[in-house]
Design a protein around this ligand. Structure first.
Ligand code: SF4
Length: 330
């Protein structure tokens, strides 16, 4: 038999994959890349998985869920968690996507690393049942780390997988998973939890502001990940880098129609304006960049549209702090 293993990059999905592989089931790891995971991905998680896939001779398949994920965030059917995280809708979408790929991989069922009771919204018993039902995969989703605490699935009932060989982990503790990782010599994984920007209060404040301005799209989601976010007005937003790495990340994300600001006579941050910008926005933005420069009284700021070679240079005094704070969303 063959299983698609929904691989998230975390330890639990690696353990689930290892467990099923060790039972002699052919496995196909599938990573669904979500727009709300920080990019670039954390190195240690990817290294751990690369080692394991090499050891087992597996090829990871990655698929990006973008527009469909965005629409779901705007209009979730099953509500949200503490922030903007629509966890149940998210799991349904992921499993539906996996389910649609069963024929392509000639696979018989799906495996996930979910642990009963580990996450408050999407991993309690009723939520898991609801997710399986709504994704049209009732009985076909095996959660090997918690299987013995859950109703037997089709792979167990049909004897494709021995229920006795599966685990009965539940709750938020990680002791059993860490012990298994030690036993299997799996190293280099990140601390669990977090990872989804939709649960990060600071990111969500920026995201809500974008949603209010009807500016929710994939490139804007990446754009607001790094730096200070300013809402210059309803239709015009600006990101200001906080360090050298963010200066590079911002510059790399610039779109043709964006406006790029850089200090010329002093060290200071790169900034990027997006949306409907008028000349008063540019003035304001230059004064914000000047606030973060080391020039003291006046900073010389170059301003140019990314698609154009023409630039304008202006000298600006730093914007008063109270005015700056009224536009900063953090
Ligand atoms: S925390 Fe984020 S990635 Fe995880 S289930 Fe919820 S919405 Fe999806």
């Amino acid at each position: 038999m063959k299983a698609i293993v929904l691989y998230s990059g975390g330890l639990d999905s690696v353990l689930a994959l290892g467990l099923i592989h060790r039972l002699g089931i052919e496995v196909q790891p599938l990573h669904l890349a979500l727009p709300f995971q920080p990019s670039p991905p954390k190195k240690s998680g990817s290294t751990m998985a690369e080692n394991l896939f090499r050891e087992f001779g597996l090829k990871l398949k990655t698929l990006a869920l973008e527009e469909e994920f965005l629409r779901m965030v705007e209009h979730p059917r099953f509500g949200r968690g503490k922030q903007l995280n629509p966890c149940i809708d998210c799991r349904v979408l992921m499993l539906e996507t996996c389910g649609a790929m069963l024929p392509e991989f000639k696979a018989d069922f799906i495996v996930t690393g979910e642990v009963l009771g580990q996450r408050p919204m999407s991993q309690h018993r009723q939520a898991l049942e609801l997710i399986d039902r709504k994704s049209g995969l009732q009985g076909l989703v095996l959660r090997p780390l918690s299987a013995r605490c859950l109703e037997p699935t089709i792979p167990e009932l049909k004897g494709w997988v021995s229920r006795e060989a599966l685990l009965g982990i539940s709750g938020r503790g990680r002791k059993e998973q860490l012990a298994l990782a030690r036993e299997w010599n799996i190293h280099g994984f990140d601390a669990p939890g977090g990872g989804c920007l939709l649960t990060d209060a600071g990111y969500v404040r920026k995201l809500r502001n974008l949603m209010k301005a009807d500016m929710l799209n994939i490139s804007n989601l990446r754009w607001i990940q790094y730096g200070r976010y300013f809402s210059l007005d309803q239709e015009c937003k600006m990101m200001v880098a906080r360090n050298e790495r963010e200066c590079e990340l911002l510059a790399a994300q610039a779109l043709d129609q964006d406006i790029l600001l850089r200090p010329e006579n002093t060290s200071g941050p790169t900034a990027l304006i997006r949306g409907e910008s008028r000349s008063e926005h540019l003035d304001l933005a230059a004064a914000i960049v000047a606030y973060y420069c080391r020039a003291g009284a006046q900073a010389e700021i170059s301003i140019r549209r990314v698609s154009s070679r023409e630039e304008k240079r202006v000298f600006r005094e730093p914007l008063p702090e109270s005015r700056l704070r009224s536009m900063l969303i953090s």
